[in-house]
Design a protein around this ligand. Structure first.
Ligand code: SF4
Length: 247
């Protein structure tokens, strides 16, 4: 039987974050595993950060849970990486898919590539293919682990390592919050961790195939996401945009 969720108080979170900031991502994952056990899972996009993170998490707990959202519009290379990761770690990836009746209605009314025709359409597609399945995935968890880093910009600059996620009613853990992209890349190389081959073709940030392009040297790392939109601060799909409550 699942245990009732124990919300960590603001005072406790402050102490925990102070300790974890001085430690390593592995310290954070150890804490997650000891505190939440199988009521925690990593929600992965299978980007470079997430691949590094799952390697650490699996090293601590070979049964560490790994979830992902399959929007049904991902690049072929990402589907190949799903298979490589399952083979490498022997993990049963928990896939969450969009509600097909919602996809069918959306495509019927607005077309398959609606997202190129306005932010409203793009947010509708992300809502159906990502945000709703994420809510379903997280509904039974006490904590979810992400690969967010502070220097990815936008709202991410102020994330804590452990936060209360008001939108999902659970704890959100960002073990790589204070890591740089170079640290992630070095860790992946040193441990020969499988990664998406698109990273070697100029894609620092990966998402759905029709909404992601390679970036030029010196461009912002998220410039390739929804590149046709003009607002650089709107480069989020809605799954990380709700500010956590800082209690
Ligand atoms: S990234 Fe593009 S294809 Fe994927 S869910 Fe969002 S709008 Fe739809």
């Amino acid at each position: 039987m699942a245990l009732a969720l124990q919300r960590i108080s603001r005072a406790e979170l402050k102490t925990i974050n102070a300790r974890l900031e001085a430690g390593t991502p592995q310290d954070t994952l150890n804490w997650v595993d000891e505190t939440f056990g199988s009521e925690a899972a990593q929600m992965s996009s299978f980007g470079l950060e997430d691949q590094a993170l799952y390697h650490m998490y699996w090293t601590i707990n070979p049964n560490a849970r790994l979830m992902t959202l399959d929007t049904l519009r991902l690049p072929t290379e990402t589907y190949s990486l799903f298979d490589q990761t399952k083979l490498r770690y022997g993990v049963e990836v928990e896939f969450f898919y969009p509600d097909m009746s919602a996809v069918t209605d959306m495509v019927k009314e607005r077309g398959n590539n609606l997202f190129y025709r306005g932010v409203e359409n793009r947010k509708l597609c992300c809502g159906i293919r990502k945000v709703e399945p994420l809510g379903r995935a997280l509904s039974g968890l006490h904590a979810w682990i992400t690969g967010l880093r502070r220097d990815q910009g936008m709202d991410r600059g102020s994330i804590d390592i452990v936060e209360w996620d008001e939108a999902h009613g659970n704890h959100k853990v960002n073990p790589l919050a204070n890591w740089s992209f170079e640290q992630v890349r070095d860790f992946v190389d040193a441990n020969e961790i499988p990664y998406n081959e698109l990273h070697d073709q100029g894609y620092p940030s990966l998402g759905c195939a029709p909404c992601t392009r390679a970036v030029e040297p010196g461009e912002d790392i998220r410039a390739g996401r929804w590149w046709w939109e003009s607002d650089p601060n709107a480069k989020e799909c809605g799954i990380h945009t709700v500010a956590p409550a800082k209690r």
